[in-house]
Design a protein around this ligand. Structure first.
Ligand SMILES: Nc1ncnc2c1ncn2[C@@H]1O[C@H](COP(=O)(O)OP(=O)(O)OP(=O)(O)O)[C@@H](O)[C@H]1O
Ligand SMILES: [Mg+2]
Length: 193
């Protein structure tokens, strides 16, 4: 089994820079020759915005399980990016959901996962325990801070940046925590005007 497949959970308040980090991961993946898929209900990556002809797709909340089951069956390999993953939280808990297969067997399927959310609490334990990395942008609200503290400890919470567009990258295997900043987005979208 290749240890190179990763599951990065990107967490942060509204407009903290999550999708911008996803864009950077997507560009790096495409440049190194990996296939990508971007599940994004806001269509923030229109055709032409990324190299290789890649763009947002949105099968819809009602169809996401069929879409994901088909993807896993097709033996597609690459980096699978879910923007605002908490949209699908109802599916995570359902017995037989392909999300449960994805979260536990992504390496076996030769898929890496990048997923963003504003709502840490809605990401199930099954997903959290299978992450390899957390990217923690600035947070908001008592509940989210408590959830981070419970899951990752006060020491980690204290290191989460308070400025926008900076994030704490936790590598859970290497047990490291480093602060990075993103660059401004190359893709201009509605959010930028
Ligand atoms: N490093 C950066 N430098 C300058 N502007 C940035 C940077 N990162 C993000 N932005 C801008 O900040 C805004 C919010 O960024 P982004 O969409 O990545 O945040 P988000 O956390 O995904 O927000 P949301 O929760 O609404 O999905 C966008 O207009 C984006 O272009
Ligand atoms: Mg976003």
């Amino acid at each position: 089994m290749d240890p190179g497949y990763t599951f990065v959970l990107i967490l942060g308040k509204a407009r903290s820079g999550k999708t911008t980090l996803e864009e950077q991961y997507l560009r790096a993946a495409i440049e190194s020759g990996r296939a990508v898929k971007i599940v994004d209900n806001k269509a923030q990556f229109p055709p032409g915005s990324l190299p290789g002809g890649y763009c947002s797709e949105f099968p819809g909340v009602d169809n996401i399980e069929d879409w994901l089951a088909d993807l896993l069956r097709s033996q597609w390999e690459g980096d699978l990016c879910f923007d605002d993953m908490d949209l699908y939280s109802d599916s995570f808990v359902r017995k037989g959901s392909p999300f449960r297969v994805l979260f536990t067997e992504y390496r076996h399927h030769r898929i890496s996962i990048r997923a963003s959310t504003r709502r840490f609490q809605e990401i199930p334990t099954l997903a959290r325990t299978n992450t390899t990395h957390y990217a923690l942008f600035r947070t908001e609200g008592h509940n989210m801070r408590e959830a981070i503290k419970r899951e990752l400890g006060q020491e980690t919470l204290d290191k989460v940046p308070t400025k926008p567009f900076r994030y704490l990258l936790l590598d859970r295997d290497a047990d490291t925590a480093v602060v990075y900043a993103t660059r401004a987005r190359a893709t201009k979208t509605r959010a930028d005007f």
